[in-house]
Ligand binder design. Structure first.
Ligand code: G6P
Ligand code: ZN
Length: 547
């Protein structure tokens, strides 16, 4: 190996570098402070063993600061002794694509730069997370070890080399480490091409009576959607909107929910609405599915995918098991029961699915936060979900709405909604959670506003594969009739606190499936406020976002 002239730069621990639900997320201005990124990256490397000469994958969602961060990471990876670094062209790798590349090229791990659906730009958010060799987000054991290193770090290693040319696919060398700039899309698109019935989808798109709209929200999925939906499947180029990635996402909030993806909602509820609409988020792992004048909730989407998996070539042989995060509705549990397979309930955070996928216990999994995925990678995968839906539509030739309504008829409907209160004063939010904690023992057995409370606890999870225990994962209040309310503080925000209130009620009676969701849940919404004192404690009368 060529000689490396490694520079050892003295540094000091920086407070607050504890990874949250999905890596370390802070304002760009925080990351721009001298040593902030370097300290965290060195702490990642210091918490790992055995990577000398191995491969590291680096890429991000293209947001502001992505390219500068990548140059820093490449130099530090070289200084720390990685043998090879694979970087997405222009620094771009969607989160599922990064997972795919790590697995395909047997990398030691990868560093993904993204703050997911949070806004970007100089005043926006930035984020960084480490994924292990299975392609999945590092488990808590590793993120906690990284955090421990950030608190005692005294130096970081780098090299003094020029920037690499991120725009040019090809190889170069940085202080003895081979750096390969790879096509950002090719590996992931090829993998997705092996899972679905592209011929059937092509035929649907060529039939003349099916139109779709994919909104990339000026985030990372534009190039992926062009390659798959337009080039491989033959949809008109205009089917992909906001398809050019911008470093500030065009000033938008690239979160595919009915509030932030309002342009798509307008299209799908307009006079000339297409048959199928979908959107993805900043880093391409989330998805929203919309039919003509009909929004599919993420929890229902997961259940529908599971119930129709036999129509998709990759899953026609059967599913090993299913999993959802605790706050996700139990709609998928009913599908698992009908299929006679296990359904696991994990804490919020995709990292908790990793062990179940690696151990072959599950094939599909998903979360209420607009994430669905499978065992092909170890991240949730927005375009995978879109292709899955297109595959189902191509075979069933029914509308999205008809498919979901038939699903409810067969399995019953889990009325479900999440109410977010964003940017709440942290002390008020912590006070609210403490107030709930204090009531856990006394709530069961009480009847409040006519609702008998059957259970109340703080969700804890024991991983069935490695036995690790995660506590404090959300307050659950169960009613005697099976309805439930869950309270959590988000682990992905960067400003104040975000209180999430999850509401769910099961309705088996098909004549009762057409009630407007907020109306169907009105009693639970009032009860949540009564128990937690949301208005009084946060000063908010309405949620910021309702999904
Ligand atoms: C990210 C994670 C998901 C998680 C979501 C919401 O997208 O990858 O696994 O469900 O954030 O997390 P939060 O802590 O903000 O509710
Ligand atoms: Zn994301």
């Amino acid at each position: 190996m060529a000689t490396r002239t490694v520079l050892t730069v003295p540094t000091q621990p920086i407070a607050g570098q504890r990874p949250g639900t999905s890596g370390l997320r802070k304002k760009v201005t925080v990351f721009e402070q001298p040593g902030y990124l370097e300290n965290f990256v060195q702490s990642i490397f210091d918490s790992l063993e055995g990577f000398a000469g191995q491969t590291l994958v680096v890429g991000g969602d293209g947001r502001y600061y992505n390219d500068r961060a990548i140059q820093t990471i490449v130099r530090m990876a070289a200084a720390n002794g990685f043998g090879r670094v694979l970087v997405g062209q222009h620094g771009i790798l969607s989160t599922p694509a990064a997972s795919c590349v790590i697995r395909k090229h047997q990398a030691f791990g990868g560093i993904i730069l993204s703050a997911s659906h949070n806004p970007g730009g100089p005043e926006g958010d930035f984020g960084i997370k480490y994924n292990t060799g299975n392609g999945g987000p590092a488990p808590e054991k590793i993120t906690e070890a990284i955090y421990a290193h950030t608190q005692k770090l005294g130096r970081y290693l780098t090299v003094d080399t020029p920037d690499i040319a991120l725009g040019d696919i090809g190889e170069c060398e940085v202080a003895g480490t081979k750096v390969i700039v790879i096509d950002s899309v090719a590996d992931h698109a090829a993998l997705l091409g092996t899972l679905f019935d592209f011929d059937a989808i092509r035929a649907l798109l060529a039939s003349g009576d099916f139109r779709l709209c994919f909104d990339a929200m000026h985030a990372v999925t534009g190039p992926y959607a062009h390659a798959l939906i337009v080039k491989a499947l033959g949809a008109p180029a205009a089917s992909v909107v906001n398809g050019v990635p911008l470093s500030d996402f065009g000033g938008g909030h690239p979160d595919p929910n009915p509030t932030y993806a309002e342009e798509l909602i307008q299209t799908m509820f307009g006079d000339d609405a297409p048959d199928f609409g979908a959107a993805s988020d900043g880093d391409g792992d989330r998805n929203m599915i919309v039919g003509r004048r009909f929004i599919v909730t993420p929890s229902d989407s997961l259940a529908v995918l599971a119930a129709n998996a036999h129509l998709v070539p990759a899953y026609a042989g059967g599913l090993k098991g299913l999993a959802r995060s605790m706050p996700t509705s139990a709609a998928v549990d009913r599908v698992a029961a009908a299929l006679g397979i296990a359904c696991f309930e994990t804490p919020t955070g995709w990292k908790f699915f990793g062990n179940l996928l690696d151990a072959g216990k599950i094939t599909l999994c998903g979360e209420e936060s607009a994430g669905t995925g499978a065992d092909h990678v170890r991240e949730k995968d927005g375009l995978w979900a879109v292709l899955f839906w297109l595959n189902i539509l191509a075979v069933r030739r029914q509308s999205v709405e008809a498919i979901v309504r038939e699903h409810w008829q067969r399995f019953g409907r889990n009325y479900y909604s999440r109410h977010d209160y964003e940017g709440v004063d942290s002390a008020a939010a912590n006070g609210l959670m403490a107030h709930l904690h204090a009531q856990l023992a006394s709530l069961p057995g009480q009847t409040i506003d006519g609702a008998l409370i059957a259970s109340a606890d703080d969700f804890a999870y024991t991983d069935p594969v490695d036995g690790s225990v995660s506590t404090g994962q959300g307050i659950r209040i169960g009613l005697a009739d099976g309805a439930r309310i869950v309270f959590r503080l988000s682990g992905t925000g960067t400003e104040g606190a975000t209180l999430r209130v999850y509401l769910e009620r099961y309705e088996p009676d098909a004549t009762q499936h057409a009630i407007e969701t907020q109306q169907a849940l009105a009693g639970l919404i009032a009860l949540a406020d009564r128990i937690a004192g949301i208005r009084e404690r946060t000063g908010r009368t309405t949620p910021t976002v309702i999904t």
